[in-house]
Design a protein around this ligand. Structure first.
Ligand code: ZN
Length: 150
């Protein structure tokens, strides 16, 4: 009976916790630092969605470093500059990422952009260090790729 479908009132369309402002305020920030949380920020990109901007791709790549997602780092690296697959394993000691600060997002044209950022990290028990990079990105077949950086 087709009328049975009318009994679904939409009560399952939203997770209950999103209706509670107290729990919404306690969502931990995305690894990239975005206060909206991982599920609303970098997770869809890590799951295969195309980044809308070079900055979004850059943030998702930082999160991938935090999470150790080497496959994602390689998949979003332009083939012309992509390193060997031993990318993260070659880092001794592995850095502990402390935070990301995107300083500038310059759009050169529809398919080229530059993102300047500072990433803070620590090696072992050492002091916090800063990686200040100006990265180049290119878009091919509607997907952004990291090319290289200074
Ligand atoms: Zn994020």
């Amino acid at each position: 009976m087709k009328r049975r479908a009318a009994k679904f009132t939409g009560s399952t369309s939203l997770p209950a916790r999103t209706a509670d402002p107290k729990s919404a305020a306690t969502v931990p920030p995305c690894p990239c630092g975005h206060p909206g949380g991982y599920a609303c920020c970098c997770e869809p990109l890590h799951a295969g969605a195309a980044a809308a901007t070079a900055e979004a791709l850059m943030r998702s790549r930082y999160s991938a470093y935090v999470l150790g997602s080497e496959d994602y780092l390689l998949a979003t690296w332009h083939p012309s500059t992509r390193p060997d697959a031993s990318l993260l394993a070659a880092q001794h000691p592995a850095p502990t990422w402390l935070g990301l600060d995107v300083r500038a997002h310059r759009i050169i044209d529809d398919d080229h952009a530059i993102v300047e950022f500072v990433a803070r990290y620590r090696l072992g028990g050492g002091p916090a260090r800063r990686l200040h990079e100006t990265s180049r990105f290119v878009r091919e077949t509607q997907r952004w790729y990291y090319v290289d950086g200074d």
